[in-house]
Design a protein around this ligand. Structure first.
Ligand SMILES: Nc1ncnc2c1ncn2[C@@H]1O[C@H](COP(=O)(O)OP(=O)(O)OP(=O)(O)O)[C@@H](O)[C@H]1O
Length: 248
């Protein structure tokens, strides 16, 4: 049976000014338990797509549905159904790591018992226990990124929107993140992940959306996009190259 998507993007055109759209007629969805990779060159429109999903930008045309509703139809359900990990960490300098986790847990209405269990596990998993009571302004770049990631995972929403999370993480952090995303996926969560590290995401994502100059030029499983690129059996990197070369 077809599962109802957690995220549906239908005919989305949008951007920063009405006369100059950045996204052109984008269609894709993310179903429960799926990890979908959003890939594209610098400036292809990945972050802009994510900003539309988060409701930070208004579509010029088309809709974004989370759990079947637009943000205007059900703002509270929409907002509490997703967590975002931005490309660059945005933290409150004078809050500690633990305070960030508590703050997010409260905002998402996480029960205290669940919060304790989740936060303890995340502190261990991301090797941040030693820094749990440090102010965020005293953390390294990678540690700040870890706080953003841990905050999203403490909330446990049905949909994670994750923008280039690997930059700045050490190899252990990357592995912890990938393993934890797999665990969330297995428990039914949906993940939309953008990254340029194609060799890393190739084996983790169920499907890929290839954006080029603001339009979807291919989407599907690795095998499906390989067919679309006329590159059967190729690696994600070579498929991607075949899809976007020429357009440059
Ligand atoms: N705040 C902004 N105001 C106007 N134009 C913007 C703004 N942010 C991005 N753009 C433009 O929108 C287009 C898409 O940018 P976007 O940030 O979505 O790309 P991206 O795929 O996330 O790229 P990257 O891989 O570099 O993060 C680019 O042409 C960019 O110049």
């Amino acid at each position: 049976m077809e599962q109802t998507p957690v995220l549906q993007i239908e005919e989305l055109s949008g951007g920063y000014s009405l006369g100059k759209p950045v996204l052109h007629n984008i269609n894709f969805d993310v179903k429960p338990g799926e990890m979908v990779g959003l890939i594209g060159l610098n400036g292809a429109g990945k972050s802009t797509t994510m900003k539309h999903i988060l409701g930070l930008m208004t579509p010029h045309k088309g809709v974004v549905l989370v759990q079947g509703k637009t943000r205007d139809e059900a703002p509270q359900i929409y907002q509490s159904s997703l967590a975002f990990v931005p490309e660059s960490p945005l933290l409150y300098e004078e809050l500690t790591v633990r305070e960030h986790l508590e703050f997010t847990a409260r905002a998402y209405g996480v029960e205290p018992e669940a919060y304790r269990e989740r936060s303890e596990r995340l502190l261990d998993l991301f090797h941040m226990r030693e820094k749990a009571d440090s102010l965020s302004m005293h953390l390294s770049k990678g540690m700040k990124q870890k706080v953003m990631i841990m905050s999203a995972f403490v909330a446990r929403p049905p949909l994670y929107v994750i923008d280039e999370p690997f930059l700045g993480l050490d190899p252990l952090g990357i592995r912890s993140l990938l393993d934890f995303m797999l665990e969330m996926k297995q428990s039914g969560a949906s993940i939309l992940l953008s990254s340029h590290i194609l060799s890393t995401i190739e084996n983790y994502c169920d499907r890929f959306i290839v954006l080029h100059r603001g339009a979807v030029v291919a989407q599907g499983t690795l095998g499906e996009i390989a067919q679309q690129a006329n590159a059967p059996g190729a690696s994600l990197e070579n498929i991607f190259y075949a899809l976007v070369k020429g357009g440059e």
